[in-house]
Design a protein around this ligand. Sequence first.
Ligand code: CUA
Length: 125
Amino acid sequence: MDRRQALRRGGAIALLGILSAFASTARRSVASGNAPVIEVLAQRFRFTPSEIALRSGQPAVLAITSLDFVHGFKVPELGIRADLIPGTVTRVTIKALAPGRYDFLCDNFCGGGHEEMNGTIVVSD
Ligand code: CUA
């Protein structure tokens, strides 16, 4: 093999390397793109929907928008909490969960109905 052939072969191997790196990146982004995005609204004194249905083992992203106040979003059992700044979308990633019910609540005092501002993530088999 002369020098030119060697260079060509090296180039082909490098190109294959780049292509396979690209393919594995694409797979990863498809995998994370599998997580459905669920829109949630927060306003005095409720979350809509207040019941969020997920399947066991299925991660999801909650895209939460507050309409009127810096409500809180807390899922005590999952160690998740966030402040919901009006005018911004707060994205909360829910990892794959075992079947069950996971309560969430507003944990920023927002007025007379604060204690009733809550909901549940219901994870089915
Ligand atoms: Cu909303 Cu407390």
